[in-house]
Design a protein around this ligand. Structure first.
Ligand code: ADP
Length: 396
């Protein structure tokens, strides 16, 4: 019996889950918010209770110390040594890391050189790794990459049709993201369908605040909607997704409020998507409440969101030359009956039909009609469990 921590460190946050392995039992989970800001917050949840504290946490190192104190305080562990493995989510592994990797000084050095691929995420992930390494230097520590699952994409899918030297000299290509989630739900879908993953063609739709679609064949990602960075692909809560690149220089030239390209990229990342079009909220629940009030911008934002999702899903029916199942996951994919209903209805030509009652019950498993040629599934994602499993893999 081992206790493994799955860690997802952001620039001002640190999310964690504690597992008992190999039983895969989640013992507790929690989160530190506003690290480095006044009134930081710590939340610890276990046994149906939530324990919250407000205090000033200056950096990730202090957050990790506090986490270990809280684990002891709540008797989730009795000694630091009970933690025998730590898995860290790392957003970008570039072309170098094709699978989860035990962290050594050399690996950490290589990770630092890849930060340009995910400037918002990788430096924060590294802060988390370093904070734990200072406290628990001898504990097995594994980096689990969002991009690793997508390193199986063929070159015809991952290259951009721009001069070759941009790939060769600058490594500009599609890397994708959400790989841990796509991989997890693909495995679960195969289990639910009672078939080996290697015999299935799947389209997985991770639709949360961030959203991406992946085409999976023989258990391998063959194409995915996110690109060089997680800005590409479908429309998202605050991200634009794919658009004509000519818009960027045009806006830089004509909008006097824009000072540089980075400012425009920030707008495409943080002020676009559902938020940008609805001028209301990035949150699907707020959007649907506004639609019920007849808010025209909200209705348009919703229509655009469904339109972009269905186009990518349809494209992947083409990439795979047909699919056995469409799998929905993440906040919207798991919970939003309307989005699922509209997407499947508008793609009915491909041989999918929802069972309306199963769609409303949602939760977990098949939600298509018995005679639906392409099955439709809802599978709650569990990236943390996937991380804990990858740590377990290296223990063997
Ligand atoms: P993140 O990418 O931040 O992890 P999530 O996967 O948590 O995002 O998804 C957040 C999105 O899921 C929000 O748009 C939220 O409105 C939506 N969502 C969560 N629960 C529901 C629900 N019950 N019905 C509709 N949408 C939901």
């Amino acid at each position: 019996m081992y206790k493994t921590l799955a860690i997802n460190a952001g620039s001002s946050s640190l999310k964690w889950q504690l597992f008992e392995m190999p039983e895969e039992k989640m013992l507790a989970k929690g989160l530190f918010e506003r690290i480095g800001l006044p009134d930081s917050k710590s939340t610890v949840k276990f046994d149906g209770d939530s324990h919250e504290r407000t205090l000033d946490i200056v950096d990730h190192r202090q957050a990790v110390l506090l986490l270990m104190d809280e684990l002891i305080h709540f008797r989730l562990i009795h000694d630091f040594r009970e933690i025998t493995g730590i898995g860290h989510r790392v957003v970008a592994g570039g072309e170098y890391f094709k699978s989860s990797t035990v962290i050594s000084p050399e690996v950490l050095e290589k990770l630092q050189t890849l930060s340009y691929l995910a400037p918002l995420h990788n430096p924060a992930n590294i802060l988390g790794i370093e904070a734990f390494q200072r406290l628990l230097p001898d504990t097995l520590t594994v980096a689990v990459f969002d991009t690793a699952f997508h390193t199986t994409m063929p070159e015809e899918a991952f290259r951009y049709p721009i001069p070759t030297r941009y790939y060769e000299e600058f490594e500009v290509r599609k890397y994708g993201a959400h790989g841990t989630s796509h991989k997890y739900v693909a495995h679960e879908a195969a289990r639910v369908l009672g078939k080996p993953l290697e015999e299935l063609k799947l389209i997985t739709a991770h639709v949360g605040n961030g959203a991406s679609i992946t085409a999976i064949e023989n258990g391998k990602s063959v194409d995915t909607s996110m690109g060089f960075t997680p800005l590409a692909g479908v429309m998202m809560g605050t991200r634009a997704g794919d658009m004509d690149a000519s818009v960027l220089p045009y806006l830089l030239e004509h909008d006097d409020s824009l000072e540089n390209a980075q400012q425009l990229i920030d707008i495409l990342n943080n002020q676009s998507g559902i938020l940008g079009v609805s001028e209301l909220s990035s949150d699907m629940r707020d959007l649907e409440a506004a639609m019920e009030r007849g808010d025209k911008k909200a209705i348009l934002a919703y229509r655009m969101f469904v339109n972009r999702l269905k186009k990518y899903i349809a494209e992947y029916f083409g990439v795979l030359n047909g699919a056995d199942a469409l799998v929905f996951t993440a906040g919207i994919g798991e919970n939003d009956t309307l989005v699922r209903q509209d997407i499947v209805k508008e793609l009915s030509w491909f041989g999918m039909a929802l069972d309306p009652e199963l769609n409303i019950q949602g939760a977990n498993g098949i939600i298509s009609k018995l005679d639906s040629k392409v099955k439709v599934l809802v599978i709650p994602t569990n990236e943390e469990l996937m991380i804990a499993r990858d740590v377990e893999f290296f223990r063997k």
